[in-house]
Design a protein around this ligand. Structure first.
Ligand code: PEP
Ligand code: MN
Length: 343
């Protein structure tokens, strides 16, 4: 829909607009108002070039698209009936709980194995463990491929599927060779379209679920959904949105908690939402409240950093991992709230 700066277009301007949209197989339908006209674009109006050419005309104020720029992630797409399963859970039917270390410490694999058993006992369905870590400082621990063995060993011992973050193609290759059950794209790579496309392509046949974190500098909700579209458009429909807080941070929190984005995502897209309260608030003591708020807002699950002895952990674990006891209560409370929400 085209809104002109003046109440109506002149005959020459209308002819110019019609010529542009005509190049893209569209037509203009004029809607005559009492004070101003509206110029509806009839046809497939998703072409970015067409919209940008119209916006380049100095007599045009706005061009609003009726159709979303994402075709596959749209709630109206045929994929709206698609269901994602992991850890014995069909997303949407019962809450999914993912828990484990932020980072697997290569000097203390036993702690991870202990945490793995404890999160299973607490009721988690999927075990998380950071093998490679995106760190703000190049001088901080960056992760190590060696810890992949520990992750796989923990899976063998507990029977829990495992999720880890990949940041480039080499890590993606190693993770897929190791047979990880779920891939995580972190907040820093949420807009790395090359990586998102590679992941979609390389998991097209296996359908390994992808937990896509929300970019901490992302703009409107459409930007998040469009990032997911990259994975799906390259062949893997098993994408899960993961709000994890955005910038600027709120007072003492690590980020600005964004679990409230869930109803908006659900209105526009069909993909499940699994919220990460740990990175949102960044302190273990605030995690349960944020986790329950996420469930209240309609989340399909939670991903929580958990450690048997947080203070001895590395990466984010000392400050934001909850203990297995706290996780157990959190899962119990989240299930109760879920039932309440379902009414
Ligand atoms: C993590 O999950 O440990 C992590 C680094 O997440 P994010 O990308 O959300 O910061
Ligand atoms: Mn972390």
């Amino acid at each position: 829909m085209i809104i002109s700066k003046a109440p109506t277009l002149t005959a020459d301007q209308l002819a110019e607009v019609e010529a542009i949209v005509g190049e893209f197989g569209c037509k203009i339908q004029v809607i005559y108002g009492a004070h101003r006209n509206i110029y509806a674009i009839i046809g497939d109006e998703r072409s970015e070039t067409m919209v940008n050419r119209l916006l380049g005309l100095d007599y045009i104020d706005r061009v609003d698209r009726m159709e979303s720029i994402y075709k596959l992630m749209d709630i109206r797409s045929d994929l709206a009936h698609h269901r994602i399963r992991i850890g014995g859970v069909e997303l949407g039917k019962e809450p999914l709980f993912i828990a484990g270390h932020c980072t697997i410490d290569p000097r203390n694999p036993a702690a991870f194995l202990e945490t793995a058993a404890a999160v299973k006992e607490a009721g988690a369905h999927v075990l998380r463990g950071g093998v490679w870590k995106p760190r703000t400082s190049p001088h901080s621990y960056q992760g190590s491929a060696k810890t992949m063995e520990t992750l796989i060993e923990a899976r063998a011992r507990t029977g829990l599927p495992v999720v880890t973050e990949v940041m480039d193609e080499a890590q993606l290759t190693l993770a897929l060779e190791a047979g990880v059950d779920m891939l995580q794209v972190g907040t820093r790579n949420a807009l790395n379209y090359t990586l998102l496309s590679d992941i979609g392509r390389r998991t097209a046949s296996s359908g390994v679920p992808v937990l896509l974190k929300r970019g901490r500098h992302m703009g409107p909700v459409d930007e998040f959904i469009s990032a997911a579209e990259y994975i799906v458009a390259h062949g893997n429909p098993n994408v899960i949105f993961c709000p994890r807080g955005t910038m600027p941070e709120l007072d003492g929190y690590r980020n600005h908690p964004d679990e409230s984005i869930t109803p908006l995502l659900k209105e526009k897209s069909w993909a499940p939402v699994v919220v990460d309260p740990s990175h949102s608030v960044g302190r273990a003591k605030y995690v349960p409240a944020c986790a329950l708020a996420a469930i209240a807002y309609g989340a399909d699950g939670l991903v929580v950093e958990c450690h048997v002895n947080p203070i001895s952990g590395i990466g984010d674990d000392p400050k934001q991992a909850v203990t297995p006891d706290v996780l157990k209560k959190l899962i119990r409370d989240a299930r109760a709230l879920w039932s309440l929400r379902r009414g």
